[in-house]
Design a protein around this ligand. Structure first.
Ligand code: EPU
Length: 406
């Protein structure tokens, strides 16, 4: 029986760190995962003139009082997706942002038209050219925004820009993911007035000043899910501590349907084997539906479930690139438009495989845990974007996995 503690959430940390720019005093963030996206954002804060103390595993203290910068070059912004939160945070801080295009995983076209539409609704003038987004306003004024698609990044960006705008902003068709609620809680801990986060209408009454606070980000929903899937894949008996079971309901329901035993406590989840694992059908959806970020590791698990599973990806059109790597390991599937038909096989075998994006990396790790023989996984830096020391955690649970120097 293995026990493991989950790290702080990546997708909440990458919103909370830029949000510190809105504060008029120093603030302290705890429970950040020690991952590359966090490191790059800290570099960006320093470049903008923030004083920063970062002790991995302990805290990040940001004093933004003397930060005068509002420009983030493409060389830094393209190192991660979440650099787009600098648009909203800088606009909210000083009504001016000049930030290069975001990078991140290539899992689809990933437009940001809704973010820019949101800023425009608050009165910002936007220039989007040459790989830079330049946004400015005399004063941001609260407004109504109706998103055409439910967008996590767009919702967060408008929350950041609106927190100190004059008047009230209302976001309709807002995303409801746990990290939206976490960001709202962080902003409110600094004195912001954000209401309705976690529903599809968020109201933000702008305030003039935000005060310092100490805030611990929520545990990582996707790391929790990946560990649950890894436990099911190895038929292990694993307890994951420090998680929020209610965030995991879509995955828990599917694992139960497959025949995996899952039990929840207040802040832990236990996953145990219970006979054969059966094929299930998955469709990725916005929260509280099945998260697209768990589609890939879940698909790897389904490669050895009895019967044929269907996995329909509705959020990111290119999130199936890793299937060709799984095929090398013996997986059988057919891809029809945005749906993969996965025919369960009785055996996967080790092979050299290459990671194409962060969660594809998690899928290949899961497949490697199930496969007979040795799986060599290349381009692991993708995995390090989102998982803190994944190999150490899995080794603690009994997996035979190690990182080799290149
Ligand atoms: N979309 C638009 N226009 C926009 C914004 C989004 O058409 O202006 C579309 C996208 O193309 C996509 C859908 O709306 O089809 C949803 O995109 P969303 O904006 O919600 O995603 P995101 O902000 O780019 C975040 C996470 C992703 C996660 C998605 C969905 C961060 C930094 N990224 O991306 O995380 O998959 O929400 O939950 O928070 C990951 O962690 O591996 C990852 C990719």
């Amino acid at each position: 029986m293995g026990e493991i503690t989950v790290s702080g959430g990546k997708n909440t940390s990458v919103a909370v760190i830029p949000a510190t720019l809105l504060c008029d005093e120093p603030c302290t963030i705890e429970n950040l995962p020690d991952i590359n996206d966090v490191h790059v954002l800290i570099e960006i804060l320093k470049l903008l003139g923030c004083k920063v103390e970062y002790i991995p595993g302990k805290h990040l203290i940001v004093d933004p009082r003397e930060a005068t910068g509002y420009t983030v070059p493409y060389q830094l912004s393209n190192q991660l997706r979440a650099s787009y939160y600098l648009w909203g945070a800088l606009l909210g801080r000083c009504c001016r942002a000049e930030v290069g295009y975001p990078g991140g995983c290539t899992i689809g076209s990933r437009p940001f038209d809704q973010h820019l539409k949101g800023f425009a609704a608050l009165g910002a003038e936007i220039e989007d050219r040459g790989g830079m987004v330049n946004a400015k306003a005399e004063q941001l004024i609260g407004g109504d925004i109706f998103f055409d698609v439910v967008t996590v990044g767009g919702t967060i960006n408008v929350m950041l820009a609106a927190a100190k705008a004059e008047g009230t902003t209302v976001i309709y068709n807002a995303a409801k993911e746990p990290h939206i609620v976490d960001l709202a809680n962080f902003l409110n801990s600094m004195g912001a007035r954000v209401r309705g986060a976690g529903t599809d209408v968020i109201r933000i009454r702008g305030v003039r000043r935000l005060h310092g606070c100490t805030y611990a980000v929520i545990p990582d929903q996707i790391e929790t899910g990946t560990l649950m899937i890894a436990a099911a894949a190895t038929r292990g008996d694993v307890t994951i501590h420090g998680c929020i079971p209610t965030h995991m309901e879509a995955l828990t329901a599917k694992l139960l349907e497959m025949g995996v035993a899952v039990t929840e406590n207040d802040d832990s989840i236990r996953v145990r084997p219970r006979g054969d694992q059966r094929a299930v059908n998955i469709k990725t959806q916005v929260y509280p539906g099945f998260p697209t970020d768990l589609q890939q590791p879940m698909t790897a698990l389904l490669c050895m479930a009895k019967g044929t599973s269907t996995v329909c990806e509705t959020i990111f059109e290119q999130r199936f690139k890793y299937l060709d790597e799984l095929r090398r390991m013996g997986a059988k599937f057919k891809l029809v438009d945005n749906t993969a038909l996965i025919e369960g096989v009785s055996e996967l075998y080790g092979a050299p495989v290459t990671v194409t994006d962060l969660r594809a990396g998690a899928a290949l790790v899961v497949a490697g845990l199930m496969a007979k023989g040795v799986t060599e996984i290349y381009e692991t830096s993708y995995i390090d974007r989102g998982y803190e020391r994944i190999e150490e955690k899995l080794r603690m649970l009994g997996a035979d996995i190690r990182r080799e120097p290149i």
